[in-house]
Design a protein around this ligand. Structure first.
Ligand SMILES: O=C(O)CCC(=O)C(=O)O
Ligand SMILES: [Fe+2]
Length: 343
């Protein structure tokens, strides 16, 4: 069983960064070419995707095939709801430890509050989290859902519902951008009664030695799609493109989309699941909320037939329950998706 570590917020109070958090040679490093540049990709106007604008679809395709990351604006989510979610997340983590501990992950629990205590290699993540499954609704484990702040549960419910609507339109647009039938990516995530959605609230306490720790180590998401709400003020997300790190800018009213490994597999490598990480700020705490859209474990995922041809042979194997592959590959330090490649 993985040891349960002290929340990073509590470590911070002692002002000493334990050795286990300091980056080591074993950590995946890139960017020896100086400080990362700002990602310059354009934002995507979600309202135009809905109206089938060919220009916007082309922009979406280019961004997801090169970066695997876009910022959606005009997504129809009330901006007051984005602020409410950010605020309730900060309020949750600001509470005394004994209040948060009512929702602690225990043992092998994926869900709940605590330090990121998954199998690790190299240094530890400077990150506390609250992880909750939101779909299918009957799988919600309400014992992990905070009762304080008071509106936490209803706001998360509301936010999840709206995220789903955005996801559905986005999946259709992604299919159309590749000239596929628009329902094709619903094989990945099409049914809230079968497919899984997890909400991962990330909290990255400020750290006096921020350049020697990492908030979340470089990884690709094991999802179909991740929809990320970033902190409104504090930047921290970075993605890799062409072997270099780029900073993802803060756009307060945008939702950041990350292609997940299972989408890369289904699209036969056309859409890229980017390696990304979260860095820590020396002065300010940072939050983010990742909505993780994960296909049902019973469903076989594999490259769509229409995306396999002579020029692009099948690049990935078909499988069920990618989560298993993902967990098993972590100790090796390799990207899980590489285990799925057909050589
Ligand atoms: O905090 C961020 O910006 C990134 C979060 C992330 O990568 C994740 O939760 O998987
Ligand atoms: Fe991630």
């Amino acid at each position: 069983m993985a040891p349960t570590l002290m929340p990073v917020q509590e470590i911070l109070q002692s002002d000493v960064v334990p050795k286990g958090y300091l980056l080591t040679k074993d950590d995946y490093q890139l960017g020896k070419d100086g400080p990362p540049s700002l990602m310059d990709t354009a934002t995507i106007d979600f309202s135009l995707l809905y109206s089938s604008s060919p220009d916007e679809l082309a922009k979406l395709r280019v961004a997801l095939t090169s970066w695997g990351c876009v910022q959606l604006v005009n997504h129809g989510m009330p901006l007051s709801l984005l602020d409410e979610v950010r605020e309730m997340s900060k309020q949750f983590f600001k509470q005394p430890l004994e209040e948060k501990e009512k929702y602690s992950s225990k043992g092998e629990d994926l869900e709940g509050y605590g330090n990121t205590n998954a199998v690790q290699r190299g240094s530890l993540n400077w990150n506390d989290k609250l992880h909750l499954q939101v779909y299918p609704e009957d799988k919600r484990q309400l014992q992990f859902w905070p009762e304080n702040p008071r509106h936490f549960r209803t706001t998360l419910h509301e936010y999840s519902k709206k995220n789903l609507m955005i996801l559905r339109t986005l999946l259709k647009a992604m299919a159309r951008s590749l000239n596929l039938e628009e329902e094709r990516f619903f094989e990945l995530w099409g049914d809230e009664n079968e497919d899984n959605t997890h909400a991962r609230f990330n909290f990255y306490p400020r750290c006096p030695m921020s350049d020697q720790v990492v908030g979340l180590k470089p990884h690709g998401d094991g999802t179909a799609i991740t929809m990320l709400l970033q902190d409104k003020e504090v930047e921290g997300l970075q993605v890799v493109k062409d072997d270099r790190w780029f900073r993802v800018p803060v756009i307060p009213h945008a939702l950041t989309i990350l292609v997940g490994d299972q989408m890369e597999i289904a699209s036969n490598g056309v859409f890229k699941s980017p390696t990304h990480k979260a860095v820590v700020n020396p002065q300010y705490d940072r939050m983010s909320l990742a909505m993780l859209f994960i296909p049902s474990l019973d469903r076989e995922i594999g490259p769509l037939d229409e995306l396999i041809n002579e020029e692009r042979p099948q690049l990935y194997k078909r499988l069920k329950d990618y989560g298993q592959v993902y967990t098993q590959s972590i100790p090796s330090g390799k990207r899980p998706i590489d285990m799925m490649k057909i050589n």
